[in-house]
Design a protein around this ligand. Structure first.
Ligand SMILES: C[S@@+](CC[C@H](N)C(=O)[O-])C[C@H]1O[C@@H](n2cnc3c(N)ncnc32)[C@H](O)[C@@H]1O
Ligand code: SF4
Length: 421
């Protein structure tokens, strides 16, 4: 059993401590890099949309954990998003990536995960390498989110090898605890030591190789772990600050708990989050050279039973998701598979994303119709669509014949005809 102080762990793993002044600063996040201004550790809620926003690709929806906050795995659902669980087939994956390259689709970044743990896909490093090679010019970076339990040193090395020049990788490790008992309570297994050992191997090799791989450690604040938020910050700021530093863009992310997509209990979770940030004086900014991310903006939802003001959700424009069976979905909050646009095995991304079904859904939102999964989603009030996004959907709806062209003479209302005599 490893102790919880840095010194105890250094002794246990034989891990040397370095001062940040000796770290290389040759990786992509040099302050004079044009990329520095893009906030490359951005998340969907704070991203700078470039063309299509953020693409998610789901290597698998199978998971090795049953985290207390993750309903599909905690409750042991047989099926998630309306299909049997599975792994993405590599021939299908390559076809999809080739199709995206042909379409010239551009994204701020591509996230490898949705509803399982991507590390369980045996070919995850190859997936990253293929995406970097074929789509590198159309994305700013790639990202993978994982609990890191199944990433022992050899597989961490494979992740480092998969990073292509000019296409950095953001590795997000969802840890959610500082001590082993709390980890076991929140994540369902006793594996914190293994997770720490795996991540420590990665940061050590990264420093040796100078690979453009940035790390985010994540903590979803909830009743079972809130008391450890301060210790979590200190531990990871110390470790990443020492082993990373200015050469990389590492982050510690305190994430809000989502309760049923923003339903009963969301307001209480939001309050706990704010109290926890205050209690441990956790503020956005930098700690030991590591970026600290706090969701300070506004709560996901006032418990308003979804009766509050709603605007069209930009997710329908900006957050395509490719399910592990190759179907293109419109939103990652869609656990029931309602917003399914069809298979990328038979259609191109552009056909489906600009097709009738997607355009109709966007028009429904513009017209204030929020049915199905959108009706109960608390996230919908978080973002705003821009006028340009709404205009693009309206123009596409005209092209597809879903609505009449207001500019065409035969559909223009002749004022003289409607003036009462
Ligand atoms: C569903 S997991 C899939 C990826 C991977 N298994 C992992 O844990 O990182 C994606 C993200 O959702 C987060 N998550 C799961 N349930 C959540 C909840 N109720 N509220 C906020 N985040 C949640 C996880 O912490 C993780 O960051
Ligand atoms: S590791 Fe990720 S997908 Fe698995 S149960 Fe935890 S949050 Fe859910």
């Amino acid at each position: 059993m490893v102790g919880t102080s840095i010194q105890e762990e250094e002794a246990y793993y034989g891990f040397e401590k370095h001062e940040s002044s000796v770290f290389p600063s040759q990786t992509v996040y040099r302050e004079d890099s044009s990329l520095a201004s893009l906030n490359l550790g951005a998340y969907v809620y704070q991203m700078q949309p470039i063309d299509l926003g953020v693409l998610q690709i789901e290597p698998t929806d199978v998971c090795n954990l049953k985290c207390s906050m993750c309903a599909p795995h905690k409750e042991g659902w047989d099926q998630i998003h309306a299909v049997p669980k599975g792994m993405m087939d590599m021939a299908l994956y390559e076809k999809i990536i080739d199709g995206l390259a042909v379409d010239g689709a551009r994204f701020d970044h591509i996230i490898f995960q949705w509803l399982g743990d991507p590390s369980l896909h045996p070919a995850l490093p190859r997936m990253l390498r293929i995406a970097g090679e074929k789509l590198g010019r159309n994305v700013n970076y790639l990202r993978v989110d994982t609990n890191a339990i199944r990433l022992p040193p050899k597989r961490m090395d494979a992740l480092l090898d998969a990073v292509c020049p000019g296409v950095p990788l953001l590795a997000v490790f969802t840890i959610d605890a500082h001590t082993a008992p709390t980890y076991e309570k929140v994540k369902g297994v006793d594996a914190l030591d293994r997770v720490k050992a795996n991540i420590r191997h990665l940061v050590r090799r990264r420093r040796v190789l100078g690979t453009a791989l940035n790390i985010q450690v994540q903590f979803v604040v909830q009743e079972g772990n809130a008391h450890e938020a301060g210790a979590f910050l200190r531990y990871w700021a110390d470790l990443l600050g020492c082993q990373g530093g200015r050469g990389w863009h590492d982050e510690i992310m305190f994430k809000r708990l989502s309760v049923g997509g923003g339903s009963a209990g969301q307001a209480a979770a939001d309050r706990l989050y704010e109290q926890t940030m205050k209690r441990f004086q956790i503020m956005p900014g930098r700690s030991s050279g590591v970026n600290v991310d706090v969701w300070e903006h506004r709560p996901w939802q006032e418990d308003d039973e979804n009766k509050g003001r709603r605007s069209a959700c930009p997710g329908l424009w900006l957050t395509p998701v490719i399910r592990h069976d190759g179907h293109l979905m419109m939103c990652c909050a869609d656990l029931r598979g309602e917003l399914n646009l069809g298979s990328l095995e038979h259609n191109s991304f552009a056909e489906l994303w600009n097709g009738e079904s997607a355009t109709q859904k966007r028009m429904d939102h513009i017209n204030g119709i929020f049915d199905g999964v959108c009706g109960g989603c608390g996230g919908i009030n978080w973002y705003e669509t821009t006028a340009a996004m709404r205009r693009s959907a309206q123009e596409r709806a005209v092209d597809l014949g879903l609505v009449e062209d207001p500019r065409k003479p035969e559909t223009r209302v002749d004022v003289a005809l409607v003036v009462p005599h």
